[in-house]
Design a protein around this ligand. Structure first.
Ligand code: EPZ
Length: 419
């Protein structure tokens, strides 16, 4: 296993380019199962998670090749409807093949993803939605066994909570159902808009993009798509927070500022200067870091995927900050590690109170999940001394060339083999 070693305490300057969004690439790759033919996806980040889903599709008979950031996928020879435990256990987003497999083959057998470090992560909303479309769902030996006799039928589905991948799964199932499907209380994350754009290019008829209700008129046939993955707003937000923590003046390029509006609003309250342009944001932090309270929410609220990184910044503030994690029940795994770096954080249920310190100090810390490890990187570039982050395979799931990008901003960072 690898570790990352950071010598912190130096301000960051320069430019960092953002890759395609992991959480858009995964559903859009899954959507290529919907129809035979050659799909072309541009700006696909090369990450552990995108490699995992491409491997998974390969086990089903799908052919794909990567050419730089373009991935060409041909699911003409799709022959397998089972997603094995071996692959699904490494990435719960594999559940995204459920909807497209049922739409294409009428059958899907997917290992239950199980929980992960940040919570139980049930998929009841996915399964209940599929049942509303006429799918028979059985759970046996840790697998979801789903089958539909003939095409699915349109229906009205009301989610009792907003779920990103449940919205995506039901959307992909409904595009070729008989009749019209109305889905209420859908999530509105930009990655869902990217999927809707791809499905529309494929010939799907979808109304309500970016609203809380989608109306899908089922069609008989779809065609392959060519589309670009949108920039990764969470990667962009992570680097913006790293610049704020370390101090400096840097520009985050190839991002969509509108997708970061809740973070930008918080940073301006913290005392950071943020200059937005068409496809970039410039972040300047020279003075003190003011404390601000944060409550995570579904889009366009403050993203839960930036909560841990924001906490690292608040650990350096000149006051006290209250951070509420409203989406997941156990997304404070980074707290114990930040405390090892000198952070003063107390937790009560889903609320963390962070009392800012002038400095954090480098330490040996351990990554526990993707965004918790990103939080340790944000703390590490600011901390005085050396921070060693072990188990960085968590980071590799969602950050392309993290060391290269941070080095490009002047950070002293390297990857080493763990002893
Ligand atoms: C997506 O996960 C993202 N992953 C997550 O990013 C992100 O944190 C999350 O949305 C919230 O924004 C991908 O898009 C691949 P949810 P998802 O379903 O869809 C509950 C990262 O770091 N729920 O929106 O799995 C669930 O327990 C990852 O990049 C049910 O109860 O999240 C949670 O409390 C982490 N039943 C809430 O809904 C269900 O059937 C929101 O979860 C589904 C979800």
């Amino acid at each position: 296993m690898d570790k990352i070693v950071i010598k912190g305490g130096r301000p960051l300057f320069g430019e960092v380019r953002i890759s395609g969004a992991k959480n858009a690439a995964l559903p859009l790759i899954a959507a290529t199962l919907l129809t035979p033919g050659l799909h072309t996806l541009h700006n696909v980040p090369d990450l552990r998670d995108t490699r995992t889903i491409l491997l998974l599709l390969g086990t089903m008979g799908v052919k794909w090749e990567r050419d730089g950031s373009t991935v060409r996928i041909d699911s003409t020879d799709l022959s397998e409807f089972e997603a094995s435990y071996e692959l699904v256990k490494t990435m719960r987003a594999s559940v995204l093949v459920l909807g497209p497999l049922l739409a294409r083959l009428g059958r899907a057998r997917v290992s239950l993803p199980g929980g992960c470090a940040i919570g139980a992560r049930p998929i009841n909303l996915h399964l209940d939605g599929l049942k509303r479309l006429g799918v028979t769902v059985e759970l046996e030996k840790g697998y979801v066994d789903a089958i539909v006799d003939g095409p699915m039928h349109g229906n009205t589905i009301v989610f009792d909570k907003q779920s990103v991948t449940a919205t995506e799964n039901i959307l992909m199932a409904a595009v070729v159902a008989d009749g019209t499907t109305v889905i209420k209380n859908v999530a509105r994350e930009p990655e869902i808009g990217n999927l809707i754009d791809m499905l529309t290019i494929m010939g799907a008829r979808i109304k309500g993009r970016d609203t809380s209700q989608l109306e899908i008129e089922g069609v008989n046939e779809l065609r392959p798509a060519e589309i670009s993955i949108i920039p990764d707003r969470i990667e962009a937000g992570t680097y913006a927070l790293a610049v704020c923590a370390a101090g400096g003046d840097a520009t985050i390029v190839d991002c969509i500022p509108e997708h970061l509006s809740s973070l930008i609003d918080k940073l301006q309250t913290v005392g950071v200067t943020v200059e937005e342009s068409g496809n970039s944001i410039r972040v300047i932090r020279k003075g003190p870091i003011y404390a601000v309270d944060v409550s995570t929410a579904t889009y366009p609220g403050f993203p839960t995927d930036l909560q841990a990184q924001m906490m690292a910044l608040m650990a350096l503030s000149n006051g006290a900050s209250v951070i509420d994690e409203t989406i997941f029940e156990n997304r404070f795994m980074h707290v114990a590690e930040l405390r090892r770096m000198g952070a003063d954080i107390t937790i009560k249920g889903r609320t963390a109170t962070v009392k800012g310190m002038r400095d954090l100090s480098g330490a040996q810390v351990m990554a526990t999940d993707l965004r918790a490890s990103a939080s340790l990187v944000v703390a590490g570039v600011a901390a005085k001394g050396i921070t060693e982050i072990s188990r960085v395979y968590h980071l590799d799931r969602g950050y392309e060339d993290l060391e290269g990008k941070l080095s490009g901003l002047g950070a002293v960072i390297r990857r080493e083999k763990e002893g």
